[in-house]
Design a protein around this ligand. Structure first.
Ligand code: ADP
Length: 227
C-alpha cells in the first residue's frame, strides 16, 4: 500500500513536469509540421524519401507530446458523465490503421452502455494505448485482440485481451513504473499515461498473463456514475 502510494506520488510529479514540457513543445511542433507539409514537393525534389522520413519522425514527436499532455495538472481535470462503450468504439476506430498494417484482427465483444464520470478524451486515449500494446503484441504471434465492456452495480469494466506472447513476470512487476519498457522503439509512455488516467478517474487496472490461450488480459475498472 505504501509502495503504491509512493508510486502514485512519483507518477503525479513526473506527470506534471512532463505535461508542462509537452505544452511548450506543442505550438512549435505544429508550426514545423505545417511548414514541412507546405514544402513537401521541394523536399522530394531535393532528396527523395526525405519528406517521408522527416514526417515520420515529426509524427512520433507529436504522438509523444499528445500522450504527455494527457498527464495535465489535476486541477485541469473536470470530469463529466460519459459512456465508456462509446469511447471504446472511438478508440477502436483510432487503432484500425495500426491493426490493418500489422494484420491483427480486433474483435468487438458486447459493448453495453456504461456511464462513468470522466474526461472523454483521456478515457479514449487510455484505451488507445492499451489497444496499441495489444495489437503490437498480437502481431508478434499472428494473434488477435478482443475488447468488451461489462458493468456491475458499482463499476464499469473495460476488458482488452490479446493472444500475443504474454508478459513475463520479470516485466510484469515493473509495469506502471514511469517510462519502463522492453521494446526497441518503445517509450514506456503508454502504460505510464494509462496508469495516470486510471488513477485520476479513481479506478483500478489489472494486467495479467493468460495461459490458455497464452496472451495478456487487461481490465480497467472505473466507478459508475449515477448522474
Ligand atoms: P511501449 O509500448 O512504448 O514500449 P508501454 O508503456 O505502452 O510502452 O508498455 C511498456 C511495456 O509493457 C512494453 O514495452 C511491453 O514490454 C509491455 N507490454 C505492454 N502491454 C503488453 C501486451 N499487451 N503484451 C505484451 N507486453 C506488453
Amino acid at each position: 500500500r505504501e509502495a503504491s502510494r509512493l508510486r502514485d506520488e512519483r507518477l503525479e510529479a513526473v506527470g506534471q513536469l512532463a505535461a508542462s514540457i509537452a505544452h511548450e513543445f506543442r505550438n512549435p511542433l505544429t508550426t514545423v509540421m505545417g511548414f514541412v507539409q507546405l514544402f513537401r514537393s521541394q523536399f522530394d525534389e531535393l532528396a527523395p524519401g526525405a519528406y517521408e522520413a522527416i514526417w515520420g519522425e515529426l509524427e512520433r514527436m507529436k504522438d509523444v507530446t499528445d500522450s504527455l499532455m494527457v498527464l495535465a495538472r489535476p486541477e485541469a481535470f473536470k470530469p463529466i458523465p460519459c459512456d465508456l462503450a462509446e469511447m471504446a468504439r472511438a478508440a477502436i476506430g483510432a487503432c484500425e490503421p495500426l491493426a490493418l498494417e500489422r494484420g491483427v484482427p480486433v474483435d468487438l465483444g458486447p459493448l453495453p452502455p456504461a456511464q462513468v464520470l470522466g474526461h472523454p478524451g483521456q478515457l479514449r486515449q487510455m484505451m488507445v494505448h492499451l489497444l496499441r500494446n495489444a495489437i503490437e503484441a498480437a502481431a508478434e504471434t499472428r494473434g488477435r485482440v478482443v475488447l468488451w465492456v461489462t458493468s456491475t452495480e458499482a463499476e464499469a469494466i473495460v476488458h482488452i485481451q490479446d493472444t500475443g506472447p504474454g508478459i513475463p513476470d520479470s516485466v510484469l512487476e515493473h509495469l506502471g513504473e514511469p517510462l519502463y519498457h522492453t521494446k526497441e522503439k518503445g517509450t514506456g509512455l503508454g502504460l505510464m499515461v494509462v496508469h495516470r488516467i486510471v488513477q485520476q478517474h479513481g479506478g483500478q487496472i489489472h494486467i495479467r498473463r493468460t495461459e490458455a490461450p497464452i496472451g495478456t488480459a487487461v481490465e480497467v475498472r472505473l466507478p459508475i456514475s449515477r448522474r
